[in-house]
Design a protein around this ligand. Structure first.
Ligand code: PLP
Length: 429
């Protein structure tokens, strides 16, 4: 019996319920995954006790010799994983990583140019409800109405009009490869910095299943908990650590700094205090796992599964943004099915399928209702499901959409899903 039961039965019950939910339902949220038990063990380890403001070898606290080792290990593994020259593993989340990158490359009121939130972008790429849209002057580009893909002629046109200091590529609901090289051409044309936010495809990039931003982008940010399958957190990387030549000179020394130094100070003390050393240790474990050859098989399977779901959905007359996927993400426009994203999310949830409602490009509905849902394959692929299961899952999704008001059908599907899930345990081996 778990000792937590005696100490805090309320929390024990909550935890057991969550384990139950994760084991018995289909997790199709594209930004979620199941970490290994090793990653979880480290995330729940004694390193949570340690204050370590600063960086390895340069801390503001004593007793950091072992957390230093953990952070150095995380950085070295991350460098190897992506071929990066500079890494920072301290950001508490993807949003903090983006905030630190902005603080490094921008001054307040500078112009940024990112993918429109309703077209697959992220809150931190310039949304008015986020710091990025409040502190900076945010412009956005959209996807092409016919192709559902980023239209680079359009990006160039907007970049020339708005003259951004920083262009952001990447997003949360973009099913296709991010074309870093094309963004680079535009950034060079308008003399802007280029930031890649690879929060979603980072695991696919690490495995070589998606183009890499390293050679093309001035700075790269990511989460560690999506396709990368690590603990909840953020990272910052640079392919090359170059000397800061745009005038942010250290006031005291007058010495021109390396960009890596500016990024480090932007993370701490710029936007954060003490790093989460237990999470950094867990990141090191996850990067170690991603360096293993079988992580490539995992990433390949994620994409094979997503493509299989996309093809099956299309045969059932589902309208997919961009007509399919290159990644783990599928964005479905449900307009022709006469159901909103909100209603679909709710009905699928009742049947044991977890998805999120999502705006589709040129959506006429509000973000609380939406015309679409986003689905993704990282989590179900981690539990070992493959193409045969994808076909069954699409059949269930379609049955739910067709019968969203029929609770009997929804609960029948839920028990069928429960049976499938028992065959693919996550943690209850
Ligand atoms: C998930 C995500 C983030 C940040 O996520 P957090 O929830 O702050 O960790 C940033 N950018 C993109 C594109 C994302 O998808």
């Amino acid at each position: 019996m778990n000792p937590l039961l005696n100490q805090d039965p309320k929390l024990y019950n909550i935890l057991e319920s969550e384990i139950d939910r994760e084991e018995t339902t289909l997790e199709l949220i594209a930004s979620e995954n199941f970490t290994s038990e090793l990653v979880m063990k480290l995330a729940g380890s004694v390193m949570t006790n340690k204050y370590a403001e600063g960086y390895p070898g340069k801390r503001y606290y004593g007793g950091c010799e072992f957390v230093d080792q953990a952070e150095n290990l995380a950085r070295d593994r991350l460098k190897k994983l992506f071929g990066a020259q500079y890494t920072n593993v301290q950001p508490h989340s993807g949003s903090q990583a983006n905030m630190a990158a902005f603080l490094t490359f921008l001054n307040p009121a500078d112009t940024i140019l990112g993918l429109d939130l309703a077209h697959g972008g992220h809150l931190t790429h310039g949304s008015p409800v986020n710091f990025s849209g409040q502190i900076y002057n945010a412009a956005s580009y959209q996807v092409n109405k016919d192709t559902g893909r980023v239209d680079f002629n359009e990006v160039l046109k907007i970049a020339k009009e708005t003259k951004p200091k920083l262009i952001i590529c990447g997003g949360s609901a973009y099913p296709r490869h991010i074309e870093f090289e094309k963004y680079r051409e535009i950034a060079d044309t308008v003399n802007a910095f280029l930031m890649a936010d690879i929060a979603h495809p980072s695991g696919l990039i690490a495995a070589g299943c998606h183009p890499s931003p390293m050679a093309f982008c001035d700075v790269i940010t990511s989460t560690t908990h999506k396709t990368l399958r690590g603990p909840r957190g953020g990272i910052i990387m640079m392919g090359k650590d170059f000397e800061n030549t745009w005038g942010k000179v250290a006031p005291k020394s007058g010495r021109v700094k390396m960009v890596s130094e500016l990024l480090d100070t932007a993370v701490m003390p710029g936007v954060q205090g003490g790093p989460l050393m237990h999470i950094i240790a867990a990141k090191a474990a996850a990067f170690g796992e991603a360096l293993e050859p079988d992580f490539i098989d995992y990433a390949e399977s994620i994409i094979i599964n997503a493509k299989s779901i996309a093809e099956e959905l299309k045969t059932l007359d589902y309208n997919l943004i961009s007509g399919g996927t290159d990644t783990h993400v599928i964005l479905i426009d449900l307009t022709n099915k006469n159901i909103t994203g909100k209603t679909a999310e709710l009905a699928l949830g009742k049947a044991g399928i977890t998805v999120n409602k999502n705006m589709v490009p040129f959506d006429t509905k509000s973000p609380f209702v939406t015309s679409g849902i986003r689905i993704g394959t990282p989590a179900i692929t981690t539990r070992g499901m493959g193409v045969p299961e994808m076909k069954i899952i699409v059949k269930w999704i379609d049955e739910v959409i067709d019968n969203f008001e029929d609770d009997k059908i929804l609960s029948r599907i839920k028990s069928e899903i429960n049976n499938l899930c028992i065959e693919f345990p996550v943690y209850r081996h």
